[in-house]
Design a protein around this ligand. Structure first.
Ligand SMILES: N[C@@H](CCC(=O)N[C@@H](CS)C(=O)NCC(=O)O)C(=O)O
Length: 238
């Protein structure tokens, strides 16, 4: 019997290779954080597409792994003490993978907490605020056509957060420092969301992204990495 058979999600998305990490995702800014990290860490994995147009995320099988009905989620058949573990919330998954492999997060406690701090900055600030901005600016623009307040509020908040990043990146190539070895899960958590402002929301002019040159150069630097280029395409269109 497969070690994954205790996870009902594998009934809807059967594992071809139950010995490797199973990823349930879509190439959204939250989803690609995990595929990019898996690629950077050279961990073998199998990706399953959770199609929102079929409400896959609402099925009992998906909810058995993430009761919060959101991608990404993973199962690692080789978790702590060699036992399978299921995980949701991209920040938790990034920290788990970094600790499992000893990669993309410093070992020293001070550096480790600094990375976690910036991952939390993304999880609590950048993700929710940019997400609300995108909702009102693009996806629900027709619903707020007569009320500028929601777009104004999230434009201001998104630009404020971009200013925080600009300050951090003005004298650093990556969130944690200048060296190639400083690349970390903090970069991977944040850059797909900043990239999404132009790629997904087409908001480069509305947010005046040219005001944040260090952030723009950093996004390009991160997005050009081979692991990012691959991670953006996972899971493949089904
Ligand atoms: N805090 C969560 C957010 C995940 C999230 O919002 N995922 C979106 C796609 S980017 C989703 O699955 N939405 C489906 C839904 O809400 O039904 C994380 O970082 O993992």
């Amino acid at each position: 019997m497969s070690r994954l058979s205790e996870f009902p999600i594998t009934q809807r998305w059967p594992a071809e290779n139950p010995d490797v990490i199973q990823l349930y995702s879509l190439p959204t800014p939250n989803g690609v954080k995990v595929s990019i990290a898996l690629e950077e860490m050279e961990l073998p994995y199998e990706a399953h597409r959770v199609a929102f147009d079929r409400d896959d995320q609402m099925t009992p099988e998906f909810l058995s792994l993430n009761p919060n009905n959101k991608i990404p989620a993973i199962i690692d058949p080789e978790g702590p003490e060699g036992k399978p573990i299921g995980l949701f919330e991209s920040g938790a998954i990034l920290i788990y993978l970094a600790e499992k492999t000893g990669r993309l997060m410093p070992n020293d406690p001070v550096g480790r907490y600094e990375v976690i701090q910036w991952v939390m900055f993304q999880m609590g600030g950048v993700g929710p605020m940019f997400g609300q901005f995108g909702h009102f600016f693009k996806h629900a623009a027709d619903k707020v056509a007569n009320n500028p307040y929601p777009v104004q509020r999230y434009t201001n908040e998104s630009r404020r957060l971009l200013g925080v990043l600009e300050g951090r990146l003005r004298d650093r190539k990556f969130i944690m420092g200048e060296e190639p070895s400083d690349y970390s899960i903090a970069d991977i958590a944040i850059f797909p969301w900043v990239r999404g402002l132009s790629v997904h929301y087409e908001a480069q002019d509305a947010l005046k992204l040219a005001d944040f040159p260090a952030v723009s150069a950093w996004v390009e630097r991160c997005a050009d990495r081979p692991a990012s280029v691959k991670g953006f395409t996972v899971p493949a269109a089904g």
